[in-house]
Write a protein that binds this ligand. Structure first.
Ligand code: MG
Length: 248
């Protein structure tokens, strides 16, 4: 069942997602060569807690950190630790927070120092695919209109979309229905209705779409070792333009 949110719930979801956006912006500014992913995680937890919220990923199904840090060929769910970022790396930062009963969730991928041209183009296309997906999130459209817009943007630029992980509804639970694949035929799936809150999150690979999971049980990496990027926003379907909740 897809839960539609009322005005009060949307206000609370906006608060949770505003914190996500603020923390991501602060983390993005801290990205530079020499920083460890563990330091970023500590910073994320402090920034979340000082805003009165709780890190939603920490302890979620046993995930050990507040922040997912996925570097280069890591797709999502990278575990922060002693890895030191190097000039030219790219890193995906994904956080969830919980405040007043409602979740926020968003992700960005940023270069460490200066990315080379190929990596920079991957980031640009992945973010563009996210916005093309968001622009389909309108009353009367269907979930797979979002999916198809993302896939078309990605593949027309020569990249591939990850199949094994999908976007999701969000609200009182971190992962609610519906699932939102980043690929598929348009005009299918549930109809979009006013008050649906969706976390849309394309994961885009330079090479094959196939991924594998590292022995840590969490980190998804590209099967061919090429780069991967990930952008995510939480949005609400309105009677007009979709509204992005995960902005400052
Ligand atoms: Mg998500």
């Amino acid at each position: 069942m897809i839960v539609l949110k009322n005005e009060e719930e949307l206000r609370l979801l906006r608060e949770s997602n505003r914190i996500v956006a603020q923390v991501l912006a602060n983390l993005g500014e801290a990205i530079k060569p020499g920083v460890t992913t563990g330091e970023l995680d500590s910073m994320a937890e402090m920034l979340i807690r000082e805003r009165g919220a709780i890190p939603a990923f920490k302890g979620y199904r046993g995930f050990p950190a507040s922040l997912c840090t996925s570097v280069n060929e890591e797709v999502i769910h990278g575990i922060p630790g002693s890895r030191r970022l190097k000039e030219g790396d790219i890193i995906s930062l994904d956080i969830g927070v919980w405040l007043n009963g409602y979740y926020g969730d968003a992700a960005i991928t940023v270069p460490v120092g200066k990315a080379d041209a190929d990596a920079a183009r991957l980031l640009t296309v992945t973010e563009k695919a996210l916005y093309e997906g968001i622009s389909e999130a309108r009353v009367g459209k269907r979930i797979y209109d979002i999916s198809h817009a993302i896939q078309s943007c990605v593949e027309s630029n020569g990249f591939s979309v990850v199949r094994d992980f999908v976007g999701h509804g969000i609200g009182r639970d971190l992962h609610e229905e519906p699932q939102i694949p980043n690929f598929g035929e348009p005009h299918r799936g549930p109809r979009l209705e006013k008050g649906m809150v969706l976390a849309i999150e394309p994961m885009v690979n330079q090479g094959t779409w196939e991924v594998k999971i590292l022995p840590d049980g969490w980190t998804a990496v590209t099967a061919d070792g090429k780069l991967s990027a990930h952008f995510e926003h939480t949005i609400v379907v309105t009677e007009d333009e979709p509204l992005i909740l995960s902005v400052k």
